[in-house]
Each structure stands twice: as C-alpha cells, then as structure tokens.
Write a protein that binds this ligand. Structure first.
Ligand code: GTQ
Length: 349
C-alpha cells in the first residue's frame, strides 16, 4: 500500500479518536468472529488445594463479619473479575459450627451445590432446608436468604458448598440491586419440606399451579437424583457423549429452575470413554463421585471428588471414567436458549 495512503488513514483515525469514533473495518473480524473466541481458559481447581486456604480464612474471619466467607474461583485469564466464565461466578463457601451468614437479598441468582459436611441449613424466603452433600439448592433473584450451621443430632462439623451465581451477567446488564435483612436470621414462615411436598413429587397443589420464572422446589436432594441416574444406567443405552445426563427442571414449566442458570447431573459408568462435544454455553463442573479425566480442547485434566473445572464456550470436551463418575454442572444455557443463540455439536469418533 502507498505510504501516503497509510499515513492519511492513520491521520484520519487519530482525528476520529478525539471525537470518540473508531473505524469498524479495522476490527470487524474480531467483533464478528467466525466462531467463538472466549477470552477465558479451561481450568481445574483441586479441592485438596483449596480446602486449607478455606480453613485458614475460617480462622481469620467469621462468617458474620465476612457476610459470606467464600473463596472465589477466578478464571486464570480473568483475574480480578470474580468470573469463572464471562457470565458466571463460582466460589467455595465455608460455614463453621455455630456460625450464621446474615440475611440479605439481591437480584443476582445463586445456586448452592453441597460439597462436604452436614448440619447446615439455608433459608430461602421463609423456608429452611438442611443441606446434604450432593444437594442442588437454588436462591432465585431477589429472594431473602441466610445460612447457618447449628449441626444435626447433636453433631457439628464444617460445611462447604459451591456457590454459582450470575454476577458477571448482571454486571453486564447493570441490573444489580441488593439489600440487607432487618434481622440477621430471617423469620421461618413455613415448616421445612413444605415446598418439596407440594411441588417435588410430580404433583402440584390444585389451587396454586401458576408457573413463575423460578422453580417452587428449592432443594433437589441428591438421594433422588442419584437413584434416578442409577436406574437409567441399568435400563437404557448410555449416551456416547454425556453418559447418563439429566437436567434439573422447574416442575411447573419443564424449563430450568431459574431463568439465568441451568444445571445438570450426569453419571459416567465405569469404563466410559466419551466422545468429544462442544457448546456455546461455557460450563462449570463439580465432581461428586469418582476419579477420572476430562480433555478440554487439547488439555487433559485429571480429577477426583470435589474438584471443580470449567469448560469454555465452544471448546471440545470429552470424559474418561475408569470408575463410576458423577458430575454436577451449571451454565447460562437457558439464557442462550431464550435468545436463540445456543449451538452445540457432537463430534464423531
Ligand atoms: O450466599 O448469598 O458466593 O450473596 C456470593 C454472593 C454467595 C450468598 C456468594 C452471595 C452469596
């Protein structure tokens, strides 16, 4: 290209910049890429590495002072952003015996996936639920919530869970609001188990079945999920990509339990060697049972129970399970589906 033309163009760009104008043609290919080019990377966090730091935090700050005592799992390529993918946040929360995490609410939606320990509860809009390892619990947008660890049957132990929130998504939309409760521990308005009795048994109250954006079930107990996966692995063909995989639903709609985050549980039977697949929803996994490995793009990660890993948008993923493996996962899939953007591909052998 003629030097004069190069100089003239540069001069135009410099003058434009004063007016906060930019030439589209210089960046069109990155603005509208042929396929996703996520700025974040595959990563795995070993529970064994995190736990000592979580307990050190437990010695240095109370749950009440911290409000939420959480170690945030930051994507290595997004430091300081409290993001594990571009849209999602993940963190490991610890609550020690006798502690309370005070009541508040915010427009950010949360899920809890219980990793370890018994005897803690979470309360959501007036109802408590005891958390058991493997339970999937939702705290929908703008619901009051507090957590406590009084122990169970006279026994107390630390309780750890994985928090998944849509914090980066709400930051993108500038739609975040929050407020603290007047009381540290919210008033219990309904007995434990009421919402599950009303909506968790493939039935719904005859006079109140209007569907809402959020599931009326707020604890999906692991015992039921595990039993379903076990029955299916014995009675149906195992999917070559997913093993046996179920998604959590809002029983009144069949859609995801919350509008911004979808979640699944899958069982990979011993000896499973999964084929590669990919999708546009970057996904966070937590290992519930079993050891194995996952290959994300060209990197292989070995995992053991309680480890967490993230698969970026459009990165290929394939699992290897030398023993029975159970994986929990969550992503922004319902948002992409609502916008007609979700794409996935199942690659042949
Ligand atoms: O438990 O309410 O990990 O508000 C981040 C923000 C947990 C919670 C987090 C929160 C919470």
């Amino acid at each position: 290209m003629h030097n004069d033309l190069i100089a003239a163009r540069q001069s135009l760009y410099d003058d434009m910049q004063q007016l906060h104008l930019a030439p589209l043609w210089a960046s069109l290919h990155t603005l509208v890429p042929k396929e996703p080019t996520p700025p974040y990377v595959p990563a795995l966090w070993r529970y064994e590495d995190i736990l000592p730091h979580l307990h050190r935090a437990g010695e240095l700050i109370s749950a009440e002072e911290a409000v939420r005592r959480v170690l945030v799992l930051e994507n290595p390529a997004l430091p300081g952003r409290a993001s594990i993918t571009q849209s999602l946040y993940a963190g490991l929360q610890l609550i020690l015996p006798g502690e309370v995490a005070p009541a508040h609410r915010h427009t950010q939606a949360a899920l809890r996936f219980i990793v370890s320990g018994r005897g803690a509860y979470t309360a959501v809009d007036g109802e408590r639920t005891i958390m058991h390892p493997g339970d999937f619990i939702i705290t929908p947008s703008w619901t009051w919530h507090d957590h406590g660890n009084p122990g169970i049957d006279g026994h107390t132990e630390p309780v750890v869970w994985l928090d998944g929130l849509d914090i980066p998504m709400l930051r993108f939309f500038d739609a975040g609001f929050a407020e603290n409760g007047e009381e540290t521990i919210q008033h219990v308005a309904r007995p434990e188990g009421q919402s599950y009795a009303a909506y968790g048994n493939n039935m719904a109250p005859v006079k109140q079945q209007h569907a809402t954006l959020n599931s009326p079930v707020f604890n999906y107990p692991y015992a039921r999920t595990r039993e379903a996966l076990e029955t299916l692995r014995r009675t149906q063909a195992v999917d070559a990509w997913h093993g046996v995989k179920l998604r959590y639903i809002n029983p009144l709609t069949g859609g995801s339990p919350m509008p911004t985050i979808g979640a699944c549980m899958q069982l990979l039977p011993k000896g499973f060697r999964g084929q590669r697949h990919r999708s546009t929803d970057g996904t966070v996994y937590n290992v519930v049972e079993g050891s194995g490995s996952v290959t994300i793009a060209n990197t292989r990660f070995s995992f053991v129970p309680h480890d967490t890993f993230v698969v970026p948008s459009w990165a290929t993923v394939a699992f290897d399970a030398p023993e029975d493996v159970v994986l929990f996962s969550f992503s922004d899939r319902p948002v992409q589906q609502a916008m007609g953007l979700l794409r996935e591909a199942f690659l042949p052998d």
